[in-house]
Design a protein around this ligand. Structure first.
Ligand code: BGC
Length: 386
């Protein structure tokens, strides 16, 4: 059997995308136009999926379907809503989430930073400011009790997307024309990851960070350009995972590189609700690239598609898992597959791209599990596709 015993089968979420009312965060401030200099956001997150209150139901649905793990993030802006003011109650809240997962028999994987930061941190310049590293380490140092019974800690989600988004939206800090992987934001993120790793390893945890892999594929003649694109947007971050306990690989689609950089999706290719090309092999490409660069054990921490047609989600996921199987058969150490996402959620400015295995009623928040949840749960129970 390709998937070892102990292989994790699960689903992922991020606090800001599902909890609702993350009012002390930089994203909330952006959504409501009070973060100076930040680009406006189309739709605010509001109550999101109200998972802040409904997380026990969400976890139970995953468990009942047959999954055995849940990746979620704890929200720095709730834990430290004002600089150096730590909310005991927020730590207790996340502690209860860990306990709930454990009581249900789900292995919790806890992300410490998933795109959002406290608004005070953003006002100091966020990750472009050198103080960011110490601020983050100070926050992480307060999480020991929260992380009791958690073995897998993801320090920072998609530092490469974070750096790219900040470099694109905040040129004043990043330096015009500097590719994300070469700028100060990346230096700070890597240092913050290393400090957080040292802290949580001190508590006996296994630490890693999760990287967005983008399957950069050159058009003929653009091999060097694709390599350079990949170096600054992906490889720097994969290389920084060398020596970590594990690395999270996340992939959704591919990016063809040609004249001027990324090319639009080819005419006639199937696209998803995010406008990305339907491309199930993306995760296999990301897994192989990571393994070649760092040799670090891998968890697939995100993979999925935004679609209103759940049968395409099943088809995509089957295709992706076939790629994971091929990678394992070639000797690559892949230890789990956590689908993005457990729930339809707030896709950073819009609720339209639905990535969830579980939908919900916008008036009542009543959960509506989709056939893909039962399908993935069945794969998990069988321990593989066949
Ligand atoms: C992020 C998620 C996001 C997903 C789909 C990843 O970049 O970690 O927050 O919802 O991709 O866009």
């Amino acid at each position: 059997m390709t998937f070892n015993e102990g292989f994790l089968w699960g689903a992922s979420t991020a606090a800001h995308q599902v909890e609702g009312n993350n009012v002390s965060s930089d994203w909330w401030a952006r959504e409501h136009g009070h973060l100076e200099g930040a680009a406006p956001v189309e739709t605010p997150s509001g109550d999101a999926a109200d998972s802040f209150h409904r997380y026990p139901d969400d976890m139970r649905l995953l468990r009942d379907a047959g999954l055995d793990s849940y990746r979620f993030s704890v929200e720095w802006a709730r834990i430290e809503p004002e600089q150096r003011f730590i909310s005991r109650a927020s730590i207790d809240h996340y502690r209860r989430m860990v306990d709930t997962a454990r009581d249900l028999g789900l292995t919790p994987m806890v992300t410490l930073h998933h795109f959002t930061s406290p608004a005070w941190f953003a006002r100091e310049g966020g990750w472009s400011d050198p103080r960011s590293v110490d601020s983050f380490a100070r926050y992480v140092a307060r999480l020991e009790q929260l992380l009791t019974d958690v073995e897998l800690v993801c320090t920072i989600n998609e530092p490469n997307m974070l750096a790219t988004i900040m470099a694109d939206s905040n040129r004043e800090f990043s330096g015009i024309g500097i590719p994300p992987g070469d700028g100060p934001i990346t230096e700070h993120l890597i240092s913050a990851h290393q400090m957080a790793t040292a802290i949580v390893r001190g508590w006996g945890k296994q630490a890693g960070w999760s990287v967005a892999t983008q399957a950069f594929q050159p058009e003929p003649g653009f091999e060097d350009a694709a390599d350079e694109w990949s170096r600054t947007r992906e490889d720097v971050f994969l290389d920084a995972a060398a020596g970590d306990d594990w690395v999270g690989i996340q992939a959704y689609t591919r990016t063809r590189i040609g004249e001027g950089g990324p090319l639009p999706v080819a005419d006639g290719a199937e696209t998803t609700l995010t406008g990305w090309e339907y491309y199930p092999p993306a995760i296999e490409v990301g897994i192989r690239r990571s393994w070649e660069r760092n040799g670090t054990p891998i968890y697939v921490t995100e993979n999925g598609i935004a679609t209103a047609d759940d049968s395409r989600r099943i088809d995509y996921t089957r295709g992706a898992l076939e790629g994971v199987e091929r990678a394992i058969a070639d000797g690559i150490d892949v230890r789990g597959y956590l689908h993005w996402s457990a729930l339809d959620n707030y896709e950073w400015g819009s609720f339209t791209p639905t990535f969830g295995l579980i939908g919900w009623d916008p008036e009542t928040f009543e959960r509506q599990p989709k056939p893909s949840l039962a399908w993935l749960g069945e794969v998990a129970r069988r321990g593989g596709l066949s």
